[in-house]
Design a protein around this ligand. Structure first.
Ligand SMILES: [Zn+2]
Length: 404
């Protein structure tokens, strides 16, 4: 009898051990998730930036950004329900909610029903949530992760949805429509402060408040300007921090005790690409990649528990290495191109014809001042990263991140 009891006890112990192990291996997703979205960043943007970096290192090719060193690579189709060429609102919504919608719809379907971003179920499960961008927090891509509106241009209305999300960290260059479209509303910072958020302008204010507040919004210093236009930061000025520094603030703020989900957007890659500004575009891709390097450093400290996915909402500009009379034996002399840009930058920024000629002389082609319909790259590393290999669609990303 004793023997039988011992055997039963041993079996029960083995079973409970097994179920513990099962539970451990069952966990469907990474504890720390970074979704990095380069707005408008196609494979050619990456190729142009790497060609430039190689030239700076005295080579024709071979230098790599951090993102292209990740072990898994795929491509992602971006079309929306009614158009081959999508926009940030529709594609951001597809990425965030897993459902395609009509062009220009933000966080809602064709009938204006709310589509739920992946950040909400993650929040429910105890993940801390950080949403950030190099452009305004209320711009389409970050907004797709917390807002739902029939009018993507209603920056003030989008801002008012921040408190409804209850998300922990927001970061960006500032707000669109700081005082509403009519300029008569309560300042966005005041509104958010009345609804439970600490709003900080610049890193000093942020660091002073970070220890004592539960929810925080970081804005660049220059966005404090009362001028209703000045808060939209197109280019970082001396007082602004980089996207990489902003991501580090978010990581430090969220901490590593609880799980977190961070969506970090390089939003200005798109903006420079709409204007066919080759050198500023390269600078913004590198700046976005520097933020990816911050996520990668975090991954190296938590390799078993971290997932980093890098992709884009669509391609902008149809940029290519080579255009017009370029031949296959053309050498792109980035050292000379950069010197010329630095010398006559003001002219090229103001005169689109001069900029076109500059691009032509540089053998860099731009086919459009809008978006294109090509697939965008996906680079990933970490827990579950292999799911992003091969050909995927933007509406697949939510399911793959949630591990369903
Ligand atoms: Zn765009």
């Amino acid at each position: 009898m004793k023997k039988i009891i011992l055997i039963i006890a041993a079996i029960a112990m083995a079973m409970s051990l097994n179920s513990c192990q099962d539970k451990k291996t069952e966990s469907p997703r990474a504890k720390y998730i970074f979704l990095m979205i380069g707005d408008g960043m196609g494979a050619s943007h990456v190729a142009v930036a790497e060609s430039y970096l190689s030239a700076k290192a005295g080579k024709i090719g071979g230098e790599q950004l951090t993102m292209t060193q990740f072990p898994y690579y795929g491509t992602c189709t971006t079309h929306c329900l009614d158009k081959t060429i999508t926009c940030s609102a529709a594609s951001g919504t597809a990425i965030a909610s897993g459902q395609k919608t009509l062009y220009s719809r933000l966080g809602c379907d064709a009938d204006f029903n709310r589509l739920e971003s992946m950040a909400f179920p993650l929040k429910e499960e105890g993940y801390k949530i950080g949403i950030m961008s190099s452009v305004p927090i209320t711009h389409a891509t970050p907004a797709a992760f917390y807002a739902s509106t029939p009018d993507r241009g209603d920056g003030y209305g989008i801002m008012k949805q921040i408190p409804d999300s209850g998300f922990d960290f927001f970061g960006g260059s500032g707000f669109e429509d700081m005082f509403g479209k009519d300029g008569q509303q309560l300042g966005a910072d005041k509104y958010l402060e009345q609804h439970g958020y600490e709003v900080c302008f610049g890193p000093e204010e942020f660091l002073a408040a970070a220890d004592t507040c539960e929810r925080i919004v970081f804005c660049q210093q220059k966005s404090k300007a009362e001028d209703a236009k000045a808060y939209v930061s197109e280019e970082a000025d001396a007082e602004d921090i980089t996207l990489a520094e902003m991501l580090q603030l978010a990581i430090d703020y969220l901490g590593d005790e609880e799980p977190f989900f961070i969506m970090c957007e390089g939003g200005d890659i798109d903006w420079e690409s709409h204007s066919s500004y080759t050198m500023p575009m390269i600078e913004k891709v590198i700046s976005f990649d520097n933020a990816i390097a911050v996520a990668y450093e975090f991954y190296k400290a938590h390799p078993e528990e971290t997932l980093i996915v890098v992709t884009a909402d669509h391609e902008t500009g149809g940029v290519a290495i080579g255009q017009g009379e370029s031949w296959s034996n053309t050498f792109i002399d980035w050292i000379k191109i950069e010197e010329e840009w630095e010398k006559n930058k003001e002219k090229y920024l103001q005169d689109s014809k001069a900029n076109r000629e500059f691009n032509e002389a540089s053998h860099i082609g731009w086919t459009t001042s809008y978006h294109t319909g090509g697939a965008v790259p996906v680079y990933s590393i970490g827990k579950g990263a292999e799911k992003f290999m091969g050909r995927i669609d933007n509406a697949d990303i939510k399911g793959k991140i949630l591990g369903k």
